[in-house]
Design a protein around this ligand. Structure first.
Ligand code: AMP
Ligand code: MG
Length: 316
């Protein structure tokens, strides 16, 4: 045997998983989902940009992860945690862009309990130049409802074979204010709202320090962001995050300072903003494995991925 004991267990699990009926359906759903979303955005006039895996800058995120850096040709590179900054750079050239972007986030171990965290996953990440939060929320509602209608029609028998019945939500989706939700449900408001809902819903108006520095502060309501999360119904939790972006130099610097971060870590964005070259934009990212998990009605996200990267495990 060439493989070690831990890896051998993973290989045995894989051999069972790959031929299971659930995995056959999951990968068929995955294929249809990516194709539907790509075609939808193509029809909406989007340009697809290739994903970035290594870069000197990446998303700081709003929670700690292990951050490996690699030295290549004498320069430091990080693994992409999200393409947020590359999206802001891409809209300097194209009005509407998207990417199926692999993200690497070495999540804290306790996140494995959520059933919706992997340490490698793919986001459909998109950005629209000069768009408002309402514009991209409406785009998401068209895309999401269209995808569900497509799945109900095209994948009905496959989904029935794993005991899943999907419904098609009507737009606009309900909007709930972050602070109102927290007051009503307490700290676990996201899970509670998701569990109690039969349709997807938005969380809006998130307080400044609860999100990253690049989410735009509402000029009319200081300390409140022009961003949003989309929650799946039936307890599947967060589907997507997005919003308008900070693009003015002074505001970007103020926000980085408030997060006690180092502008050097975001040098490309900061330098271009100082030259007045960053433009207003809005966008969102939606995790593909979570989406497949929801459509299939699986208990855990790893059931929706062929080679799932589960925090804490040795995975092939
Ligand atoms: P974020 O901007 O951090 O909210 O990430 C955008 C989207 O990516 C989330 O709404 C999820 O759908 C997905 N996502 C984020 N982190 C993970 C993870 N560790 N595993 C799987 N999907 C994730
Ligand atoms: Mg989020």
């Amino acid at each position: 045997m060439l493989t070690n004991k831990d890896l051998m267990k993973e290989v045995t699990d894989y051999a069972e998983r790959v031929s299971s009926h659930e995995m056959q359906v999951a990968m068929k759903v995955h294929t249809h989902v990516r194709r539907y979303l790509g075609d939808f955005l193509f029809r909406e006039g989007f340009i697809e940009i290739p994903p970035v895996i290594l870069s000197p800058i990446t998303d700081p995120l709003n929670h700690p992860t292990l951050d490996p850096t690699f030295t290549c040709y004498g320069h430091n590179y990080q693994l992409t945690k999200s393409m947020i900054f590359h999206k802001q750079l891409a809209v300097l050239g194209y009005d509407k862009i998207f990417s199926f972007s692999p993200n690497l986030r070495f999540e804290p171990l306790e996140r494995v309990k959520s059933g919706r965290h992997l340490f490698e996953f793919t986001q459909l990440d998109l950005e629209v130049r000069n768009a408002s939060r309402d514009d991209v929320m409406a785009l998401m509602e068209r895309m999401y409802a269209g995808l569900m209608a497509y799945c109900v029609e095209t994948l009905k028998d496959d989904l029935a074979s794993i005991g899943r019945t999907l419904t098609v939500p009507a737009a606009p989706f309900r909007r709930v204010g972050f602070l109102d939700a927290k007051e009503q449900y307490g700290e676990s408001f996201e899970n509670d709202l998701s569990r109690d809902s039969t349709d997807p819903l938005w969380i809006v108006d998130i307080p400044l320090l609860d999100r990253e520095f690049y989410d735009r502060e509402d000029p009319e309501r200081p300390n409140i962001l022009l961003d949003m999360d989309l929650l799946y119904p039936e307890g599947y939790g967060e589907a997507s995050s997005g919003g308008e972006r900070e693009w003015e130099y002074a505001q970007i610097m103020k926000r980085i300072e408030k997060k006690e971060q180092d502008p050097l870590d975001f040098c490309v964005l900061v330098d271009l903003a100082q030259e007045g070259k960053i433009v207003p934009s809005a966008g969102f990212g939606i995790g593909i494995e979570r989406l497949v998990r929801y459509i299939c009605g699986f208990d855990r996200i790893e059931m929706a991925a062929l080679f799932p990267k589960v925090p804490g495990k040795l995975c092939i």
